[in-house]
Write a protein that binds this ligand. Structure first.
Ligand SMILES: [Zn+2]
Length: 465
């Protein structure tokens, strides 16, 4: 089971009850060119979005029917969400009432405690396994459920031959509920394994690079948890977060956690504040990591003559989901200043198959022409959104419903893993500041976290081709 609440699929279409107010589809600049353009928007403005990928950003103001500006301005196209790390813009800004992630990492590195809140608002006490003392073990048992867990990397668990307790998940990844291993006690330096001294010794043995599988007795009193190797980048779970915090502090990737007896956000916050423990949220750590981790890998580069001119094509592979993206680069990016940039999100029906439901194909052509005539620029083509997350079938079903006279609306929630992909590709190519081709008036604060800035915004009009 995926515990990451933000990892819902990208787009969801749904039918609406008749009788809501009707407006023309803002992503269809000319209703006559784009059949089925009548769309109703009964949702709050902040949740409205048009049909079909990022085409709203391609709205040509000149061709837009009068009266549509307001609606269009309220629409945040999917494309620009690749640039903002969260609603606040700054990926390092914690949610209200929580501590900075950097503060938590520092505390962990000093052998101190952190209160970590997961997606279900459950509180966990966390520290580094390699720094535990019997006094710490005593505090953990007293403050928590009595059980002490050690989230660890799969590599370490494999080395110590500590198996999962439930092994019926076959080839699949174990779910967070299945990730608990058989309990262990260290053979050396322990008696019953129950005392604070014994527990601390077992935990230190788990974190020691010199430990071997024969050094542990099973079952015991410490419960290792097998985390996903990609940590919170893969799953926003408390175990992954605890392991990442310890790793970020530069210590062996073994954490100690316990479910705190105190529960409920206000009580947890009070518990942490009274003792001076950093109080952090797993989701905040996820954003912190996404900003810093390399999410894409450059896989190949080739010269690519196109009908618009000569480009260099760079292929990239997402480390999170293996989707391949491509960037077309024109000319010499040099110092990376003031580069003309367009980020285009894949639209199979429009880009390749000539659909007139959206202006994607024309806007793509227009961007390529514009970059070619500027002699320097980058077009990033992000793939896998229509085909995988949105789903081609959902898109076609939505069209079909529109033709049947039903009004539809699209709800957008970009997969959080995609934040930063476009930004990291641009950064890898050498872009630092850009003239961004978009019609979206959104602010691009989140870019700063990636070492990028937008110097100006260039409206995109539909191409003449
Ligand atoms: Zn399209």
């Amino acid at each position: 089971m995926d515990s990451n609440p933000q990892r819902m699929d990208c787009l969801m279409f749904r039918a609406l009850v008749p009788g809501a107010s009707t407006a023309l589809c803002p992503r269809a600049p000319r209703a006559s060119n784009y059949p089925g353009a009548a769309v109703r928007f009964p949702l709050p403005a902040s949740r409205r979005s048009g049909l079909c990928c990022k085409a709203a950003s391609d709205d040509d103001a000149a061709t837009r029917a009068p009266g549509l500006e307001t609606i269009s301005a309220q629409i945040t196209p999917v494309i620009d969400k690749f640039f903002v790390s969260d609603v606040q813009g700054d990926p390092d800004k914690p949610m209200e009432g929580f501590s900075q992630i950097s503060e938590a990492i520092e505390a962990i590195g000093e052998g101190k405690y952190v209160v970590l809140v997961d997606g279900k608002d459950t509180g966990h006490l966390v520290m580094a396994a390699s720094l535990i003392t019997p006094q710490d073990a005593h505090f953990f048992v007293k403050a928590g459920s009595g059980l002490m867990y050690c989230p660890m990397s799969p590599k370490l668990l494999d080395r110590l031959r500590i198996q999962l307790m439930v092994r019926e998940h076959g080839e699949n990844e174990p779910t967070p509920e299945q990730a608990q291993t058989v309990s262990v006690d260290a053979k050396l330096g322990t008696t019953t394994g129950v005392s604070s001294q014994d527990r601390a010794n077992t935990i230190l043995a788990l974190a020691s690079p010199d430990s071997r599988s024969e050094h542990f007795r099973k079952p015991g009193h410490i419960y290792p948890i097998r985390t996903h190797r990609d940590g919170v980048l893969y799953r926003l779970g408390f175990a992954e977060a605890a392991m990442d915090l310890v790793t970020l502090a530069g210590l062996p990737s073994v954490a100690v956690t316990t479910h705190l007896a105190v529960q409920g956000l206000p009580e947890l916050s009070k518990f942490a504040a009274q003792r001076g423990f950093p109080f952090i949220k797993v989701a905040d750590l996820g954003r912190y990591m996404k900003k810093r981790e390399k999410l894409v890998e450059r896989t190949a580069v080739a010269r690519l003559p196109t009908k618009w001119g000569d480009f260099k094509a760079y292929s990239y592979k997402s480390k999170l989901n293996s989707i391949e993206h491509v960037a077309y680069v024109k000319g010499d990016i040099g110092d990376g200043q003031d580069v003309l940039v367009r980020v285009h999100s894949e639209c199979l029906t429009g880009d390749i198959l000539g659909s007139l439901r959206c202006p994607c194909r024309d806007s793509l052509a227009h961007a390529m022409q514009r970059i070619e005539s500027a002699g320097r620029g980058v077009l990033v083509y992000l793939r896998g959104h229509e085909g995988m997350r949105v789903g081609l079938a959902e898109k076609l079903s939505a069209y079909s419903m529109m033709d049947g006279g039903e009004s539809i609306v699209e709800e957008t929630a970009v997969d959080s893993r995609d934040y930063g992909i476009g930004a990291q590709i641009l950064r890898d190519i050498g872009v630092r500041t850009m003239r961004l081709m978009t019609n979206n008036p959104a602010k691009f604060l989140g870019l700063r976290g990636y070492g990028l800035a937008v110097t100006s915004r260039i409206p995109v009009s539909r191409g003449s081709s």
